[in-house]
Design a protein around this ligand. Structure first.
Ligand code: 13P
Ligand code: 13P
Ligand code: MG
Ligand code: MG
Length: 364
């Protein structure tokens, strides 16, 4: 059976500031998706949140980029925005860049990760959701899961993974894509993956079967809007076991904290902290950036779960590490490399300062 898993997310208002999502907004989303499940085309759904980002996890048989599915998400986000406005939540409707729906939610602000898959006899999937970071944040875990034998034992010892994986990489600024093969082309690949503000992995495919293994949201809000509205706060969907890395291999990249861009005002580097659902409420300096992992078994499109996969004491050292890194970076205050380089900053007063001080700069 061909099932489509659609994860569509948006920040439509924060409670309080940018720190979390309000239960009434989540309740509105649940109510509307329940109606769509009872009366129309949804097979199943879950409404989750990571920080101030509302996550709609939906299954159906309509394929990727389906107008009705996207319209449903769009309507839910606008209805949630009305609730957010009533409660005067912060940045109500933040990520909704237009009020007209044009047939596809892509390019309108929300993040989208969808995969149509032939459901296997057992189909474990993990949905990673992040807050206070941007689209390229998955590059490092993507590489570790699907290309690094020190992370994924199966690349070496499992026949089904031994042929490697194909990575579809997008240039989010030039709007181009390329597919590179692991392991043959990893040195070329890492040249791009190592520059996550410009290049982001969109999809990964098994080279043994051609089947899709993972898909992420690569929408760059600032690129679409042409100004800062909020960070992308991306999602990533990964199939596990069989021809793909095991659940534990997919989670393993988060066993250490690593540095991503985002955090305060979207203009800083900070450590990504893997947390349980209940701890996905970034507050220190609006962070540090968070990631949650929701595990499901798909059963004829039904979402059996979620299991809160970072709710495991084994990730405690990564959380400690993130706190240590956060404090070390915070001490730099307005200095790089805590603050992003000038051209990457989402907020800047540079133009105004240069205008005001222009006359006072003298040639050396
Ligand atoms: P089982 O033997 O429990 O199926 O585990 C295999 C595996 O993939 C462990 O990661
Ligand atoms: P969000 O992208 O999560 O809304 O955060 C924006 C921000 O400016 C945090 O300081
Ligand atoms: Mg926000
Ligand atoms: Mg957010």
């Amino acid at each position: 059976m061909k099932v489509t898993l659609s994860v569509i997310k948006a920040d439509i208002g924060g409670w309080v500031g940018h720190s979390s999502s309000h239960p009434e907004v989540m309740g509105k989303a649940t109510e509307m998706l329940e109606v769509a499940k009872k009366r129309s085309f949804l097979i199943d759904y879950r409404v989750l949140a990571c920080g101030d980002d509302l996550q709609l996890i939906m299954t159906h048989d309509r394929g990727e980029e389906d107008e009705q599915v996207h319209k449903l998400a769009w309507d839910v986000f606008w209805a949630g925005t009305d609730v957010a406005k009533k409660l005067k939540l912060y940045g109500a409707g933040q990520d909704l860049l237009t009020d007209a729906f044009s047939g596809n939610i892509r390019g309108a602000g929300p993040g989208v990760a969808e995969m149509a898959l032939e459901e296997r006899p057992s189909e474990p999937v993990i949905i990673f959701m992040a807050d206070k970071t941007s689209a390229g944040a998955w590059n490092l875990p993507f590489y570790k899961m699907f290309a690094d034998p020190f992370n994924t034992a199966g690349l070496v010892i499992a026949e089904s993974l031994h042929k490697g994986f194909a990575f579809e990489i997008q240039d989010v600024k030039a709007h181009k894509k390329i597919t590179l093969n692991s392991p043959d082309e990893i040195y070329d690949m890492l040249m791009f993956l190592g520059a996550p503000s410009r290049y982001a992995v969109k999809r990964v495919y098994s080279r043994a079967t051609g089947a899709i293994g993972a898909v992420s949201s690569t929408e760059r809000l600032a690129e679409i809007a042409g100004r800062y509205v909020g960070k992308d706060d991306p999602v990533l969907v990964v199939r596990c076991q069989g021809d793909f890395p095991a659940v534990g291999e997919v989670l393993e990249p988060f066993g250490h904290s690593f540095i991503v861009e985002g955090w305060m005002r979207g203009s800083h580097h900070g450590p990504l902290m893997p947390v349980a659902f209940k701890d996905a409420n970034p507050s220190r300096f609006d962070g540090p950036p968070r990631v949650i992992a929701a595990g499901f078994q798909l059963a004829n499109g039904l979402l059996v779960g979620p299991r809160d996969l970072f709710d495991d004491p084994a990730f405690e050292p990564a959380r400690q590490e993130a706190n240590t890194l956060a404090s070390a970076l915070r001490r730099h205050g307005p200095f790089e490399p805590h603050r992003l380089p000038l051209e990457e900053m989402e907020y800047t007063t540079m133009a105004g300062i240069m205008k005001r001080l222009g006359q006072r700069w003298e040639p050396l």
